[in-house]
Design a protein around this ligand. Structure first.
Ligand code: G6P
Length: 610
């Protein structure tokens, strides 16, 4: 986590730095700081709390043309002014910002203190500032070589940017397991954790690999490996537009992103059926390889994990392949039974989640093929995968994920249909029928969003509640989990999602008079699913629960205090629709309780530490 931005060019650097930080604040908001490259000494300001605190503290800022900025999600050292980045060497001439964790910082610190360095903060990062300072002196003031040598001594994960007052328009960066992209402007260059920081200025970006050191000036970029061998910049075009990263008249990014879901789903489906067959050319696996697959393992965290849970139902039903869905943070500590006949699907909006990245590396060690489902172009997870299916949700800025989830579900459905087609478990008319139903989803989502007003009013009745339970069966179970997660993240309410069948094995004890229970009513009579949920509703109601049912039109729900209607769809596709009212519920609850919708406490959007 933590957001990093660097600028060098003709503009007064404070403007692109602060704007960049605003776009990166989703990555952490415990503190913010900048260092500007004035010659002789750096100008540094840093403040605990949100970026707005830094902005208020910035008095008259020197009109200089380069600098670095940081927004922090605290790991080592509390969220104070002193622990805020940038961190300086003892002369105040070299500044460093960092995203990640330097695992061997205590040994470095002890060694540097022996050599007379005085530390000001409790962070792991400060050791890099002191180390770089010594190494720069050893290498005749060459900051690039100093960075290469410093990195050889570091363990952990990091993106680092450094500037020195003696060469203020030169910025050096490096990455290992944390993100960094370069933006190529006209007479100006940028570095940032995410392209969102600079898309207003340029659409030309350069991706950086592991342990690559990059040096930018206003007119040049050079990349080397740690031995100093020059590497060719790998340039790509950014497809997101600057407007997509703005609120566009909505009070919060989250609400805007909820309303963007019909388009996001439509874009993810676009062009995916050609001549009656699912078209997933990027899959990079031959039909023979797809036929020989014996197992799929889905790896993901948070909301993306819930997409994986939905995918399991669909892929197993359509393609008849066993699917295991694993929390990435747990998978990597196991001795998993995966081999070359296993397809690992790593789902990640950001493409940078450290737990997912480490889990996919672990799976690769066992010979598995890895397919990423990702929303962020050229991020680390797709780069380290054998193939990638990009979701087309556009930039998701609110910390709580919404449109990314829906597109992840749709992308995994496409994978399931393609596998079914190739393996012959569904015939082409069955595949087309399901695909055509998926094409209806965007207009059904529009319908839900046009009728959310009563739900918004209804939510206000529950704002004083401290516990909300969610019940689902089949694909409604992951929806229940996601509904609970959204409410926890946004409104800080204790919320739990349960499988309807598990109710009687414990959770029912939580019900008391007035406890809100949100039940996702299945769309099918198959296996008696709908009836079983109706019985669950009766069971909780009999114990005093206030039931809010999410159900398709036409289904009667005796015992429900409120019914939120969603359009009909086949059961497998229902999660795409049923999730939306739960997002709105959590959003409204957060607004009513006055919490910070886009930047909930203690969270960060892209979790690049383990
Ligand atoms: C964080 C975010 C969640 C997200 C999860 C996985 O916890 O707050 O919203 O679902 O990371 O992120 P990813 O980028 O891998 O999908």
């Amino acid at each position: 986590m933590c957001g990093i931005v660097g600028y060098t060019g003709p503009q007064s650097a404070v403007t692109p730095l602060i704007e960049g930080l605003r776009r990166l604040e989703y990555r952490g908001y415990d503190s913010a700081g900048i260092a500007l490259g004035t010659s002789d000494k750096l100008f540094v300001e840093k403040k605990a709390g949100k970026l707005s605190n830094l902005e208020s503290a910035l008095g008259s800022v020197p009109a200089v043309h380069s600098g670095i900025g940081h927004t922090r999600w605290a790991t080592h050292g509390g969220p104070t002014d002193r622990n805020a980045h940038p961190h300086l060497d003892n002369e105040g001439k070299l500044a460093v910002i960092h995203n990640g964790i330097i695992e061997n910082y205590s040994e470095l610190k002890a060694e540097l203190e022996k050599h007379g360095h005085k530390f000001q903060s409790e962070t792991d990062t400060e050791s890099v500032a002191h180390l770089l300072s010594d190494l720069r002196k050893e290498h005749n003031g060459n900051l690039t070589i100093a960075m290469r040598e410093a990195v050889k001594r570091l363990r952990g994960s990091f993106t680092l940017l450094a500037v020195h007052a003696d060469q203020p328009d030169l910025i050096v960066g490096v990455r290992r397991n944390s993100p960094l992209v370069v933006g190529l402007g006209d007479g100006e260059n940028f570095m940032a954790s995410d392209v969102a920081a600079f898309i207003e200025y340029t659409k030309r970006a350069v991706e950086l690999g592991q342990d690559e050191v990059v040096t930018i000036t206003p007119t040049s970029i050079s990349i080397t490996d740690l031995e100093g061998n020059a590497l060719k910049p790998r340039e790509y075009q950014i497809t997101w537009d600057a407007e997509a990263a703005q609120k566009g008249g909505y009070p919060h990014f989250m609400l805007k992103e909820i309303f963007e879901q019909p388009k996001a789903v439509a874009d993810t489906l676009l062009g995916r059926m050609i001549d009656g067959r699912i078209s997933l050319d990027e899959l990079n696996l031959s039909d023979a390889e797809l036929k020989s697959l014996q197992k799929i393992v889905v790896l993901a965290c948070g909301t993306a994990y819930h997409a994986g849970l939905v995918a399991k139902y669909a892929i197993e039903k359509w393609a008849h392949i066993p699917v295991e869905v694993e929390l990435a943070s747990e998978f990597r500590y196991r001795d998993p039974i995966v081999d070359k006949n296993t397809l690992v699907i790593a789902i990640s909006q950001s493409g940078e989640t450290m737990d997912t990245l480490m889990a996919l590396r672990h799976a690769k060690e066992f010979g598995a093929r890895v397919l990423a489902v990702c929303n962020t172009n050229s991020s680390t997870i797709p780069r380290e995968s054998d193939a990638v299916i990009y979701t087309h949700a556009g930039p998701e800025i609110a910390v709580a994920s919404t449109k990314a989830l829906l597109t992840q579900i749709v992308a995994t459905f496409l994978i399931g249909l393609h596998l079914a087609e190739v393996r012959g478990s569904l015939n082409s008319s069955q595949v087309s029928e399901i695909y055509n139903e998926m094409l209806e989803l965007p207009s059904k989502l529009e319908q839900i969003l046009e009728t959310v007003e009563p739900l918004r009013e209804l939510t206000r009745k529950f704002t004083e509640k401290n516990t909300v339970l969610f019940l689902g069966r089949h694909v409604g179970f992951p929806v229940a989990l996601e509904g609970a997660l959204k409410l926890k993240e946004l409104a800080y309410i204790h919320a739990e999602g349960f499988a309807g069948g598990e109710l009687k094995h414990g959770p029912i004890a939580l019900i008391e008079e007035g406890t809100p229970v949100i039940a996702i009513v299945p769309n099918t009579h198959e296996h008696g699913l709908d009836e079983k949920m109706l019985s669950n509703i009766q069971e909780v109601r009999a114990r005093g629960a206030k039931v809010i049912a999410i159900a398709s039109e036409g289904i009667e729900i005796p015992g429900a205090a409120h019914i939120i209607r969603i359009p009909n769809s086949p059961q497998m596709l229902q999660p795409v629709l049923a999730t939306v009212p739960l997002q709105v519920f959590a959003y409204e609850m957060a607004c009513a309780r006055g919490t910070d919708v886009d930047q909930p406490r203690n969270l960060a959007k892209s979790v690049t530490v383990e």
